[in-house]
Design a protein around this ligand. Structure first.
Ligand code: ATP
Length: 251
């Protein structure tokens, strides 16, 4: 689905991503791990269009998408979650969900701007979709709560909900489990698994919690010092000498 070829990103003298090649297969939940400063976030940001690479290419289903803007990749079904922006924190959970399609009006909505009844119909559909998403993520009881009052884990669920509103094909999650309590981590993990199995979402996720990774991800790609060290199941990478050394060397 995604193929990264000889990708590099240099910040001055720092080789944050250094000649990386990897693939993310359709239908997988691929984990991306590695010690601090390994280049994981930089790689994510290049693939999602936030940074331009110094060199190398990114292909999405065989199409060269290197250097496209995030909204262009979004239109192709590729999405990177971001924290709820400050200006959305005073909106309710349901409003936050409903904002997503409104941020990205489709041709239908734009062309029929003068067609009031059509706009109302689209709004009704968006509302129903938002309620269905809240129900799926077990946050229906929080629908009318303002986002700023949610716990860290509930905010992560809402971020996941915002991606669900646009039915993406591939979602990039950056530390979705960080700072989340065990119960909500369970809900987030189950939601990711269900979205993968029942709705065919492909996920690529940066994560530090090895138990969480072990439960969800296959394969796991390990990065260190800007390069891909190895790839395999969690058990395989955990027992890989180079991986153990990379973690001990930095830690
Ligand atoms: P962490 O797990 O700590 O988030 P990471 O694997 O995501 O780490 P990156 O954040 O991609 O690693 O950073 C890789 C290297 O690139 C680090 O040395 C970092 O300091 C450097 N770096 C990242 N972004 C920039 C930037 N905008 N300007 C300069 N250096 C940067």
């Amino acid at each position: 689905m995604i193929s990264v070829q000889n990708l590099s990103k240099h910040f001055g003298g720092i080789h944050a991503v250094d000649n990386v090649s990897l693939t993310i297969e359709e239908g997988t939940i691929t984990g991306l791990i590695g010690p601090n400063g390994a280049g994981k976030t930089t790689l994510f940001n290049i693939v999602a269009g936030v940074h331009k690479p110094t060199s190398g290419s990114v292909f999405l289903n065989g199409e060269d998408v290197t250097g496209l803007e995030p909204h262009e990749l979004f239109a192709k079904g590729m999405l990177r979650t971001f924290q709820i922006a400050h200006e959305f924190s005073s909106l309710t959970v349901l409003e936050n969900l409903m904002m997503v399609p409104a941020d990205q009006p489709g041709e239908d909505l734009r062309n029929s701007w003068f067609n009031f009844r059509h706009v109302l119909e689209v709004e009704r559909q968006v509302y129903e979709k938002a309620r269905e998403v809240a129900d799926f993520l077990e946050i229906s009881h929080l629908e009318n709560e303002v986002a700023g009052n949610l716990s860290g884990g509930q905010k992560k669920l809402l971020e996941l909900g915002r991606t669900m509103m646009v039915d993406p094909k591939i979602v990039f999650l950056d530390e979705v489990g960080a700072g989340v309590n065990r119960t909500l981590l369970q809900t987030i993990g189950t939601s990711i698994q269900r979205l993968n199995q029942e709705r065919g979402y492909t996920f690529c996720m940066i994560e530090h919690d090895m138990d969480f990774i072990g439960r969800l991800c296959d394969p796991v790609i390990v990065m260190a010092e800007g390069r891909v060290l190895t790839q395999g199941t969690v058990e395989e990478v955990k027992n890989n000498e180079e991986v153990i050394e990379a973690y001990l060397g930095v830690g």
